[in-house]
Design a protein around this ligand. Sequence first.
Ligand SMILES: Cc1ncc(COP(=O)(O)O)c(C=O)c1O
Length: 388
Amino acid sequence: MNQNLRVPGPTPLPADVREAQAAPMIDHRGAEFAELLGSIRSDIARLTGSGTGAMEAAIVNTHSPGDRVLAVSIGSFGDRFAAIAEAFGASVERLDFEWGTPADPDRLSEALRAGGPYRSVLLTHNETSTGVANPIRELVAAVREAPGEPLALVDAISALGALPFEMDEWRVDLALSASQKAWMASPGIAIAAVGPRARAAEAEAAMPSFYWSFADARRWSEKGQTPWTPAVSVLFGLRRGVERLLAEGREATWARHRAVAAAAQRGVEALDLALLAAPGSRSPTVTAAWLPEGVDWASLNAALRKRGLAVAGGQGRLAGRILRLGHMGDVQLDDILDAITVLGEGLGGLRATPDPARAVDAARDAYRAEAGRGPAAAVPSGAPAARR
Ligand SMILES: Cc1ncc(COP(=O)(O)O)c(C=O)c1O
């Protein structure tokens, strides 16, 4: 059955990505692989693993046991970043915000002034577990202006490619992503962009690591290879995904995600579901909504899957309490309208629910209003507000 895959990663594979991934296997120590690796971008580490591997790589390559780390968490993936740093012996302090809300840059500045200096600050750009996009530029600015200039490490796994991101201009030290998100490829490639300060930190970092060495990845990439056997087929798909992103143009891609997200948010609300995130912090790549009183997640999920719609449930403390609708990568308005229709029908079987057709109209209107603002509206304007 043709499934409308609306979990927040893995994302649907476009036909040409599927074809690229089905190419015959090649020698990962040969010239053809060197050409493949080089064509994706040689200054970004592509390690075989999932996004969590990229998070672990970011920690172990830039820290020593006992280093003071401030972990800013707004959900389950922020918690995971903190847990990884703890597992490798960092001295982790936490700045937690209520799930469903973004992190506050002023409170981060205060925490950095009161508790610093820290070696690094761990940030999440887009918290996939709650559907909240953090004001990442302002948060990074707070980090870079803090005593001791901690490293700003950003988990941009469910953001990169879909949300505006200016690594150099915003002075991000390390940014992470994974192939199964906005890149439109299968799971299997962890992506890390390492800035100059993070690279300098590698020389002093003494946390144990073997598989996840940025230095090894860099050294081998000069020869057009990876240190260990890579996920070759996924790299074929990733190259095609990157080509698709470049062909669309980044501003147009960001604008499409905003418009599709507007449709998802409005459509879900028109089905009488309350969103976790307030307007202004809602994610362009995943919409999280509270399950209505009396609606059981397992029953709803089964009803949706029977109708060909795959959405995600809640994680951690939100398990059984929310649903999450993914809209990143190869997603268009029709995918969302289909999801709203099926969600409305599925809910309708379990309780009184507004007419799905009216929710679809509301979603389409929201899409048109957002799309009408054009690609320029997706570009962040002005410098971040000066920190006090
Ligand atoms: C924000 C964020 N961080 C980390 C991860 C973990 O990535 P993976 O599941 O590829 O290990 C995810 C995956 O959904 C994510 O969305």
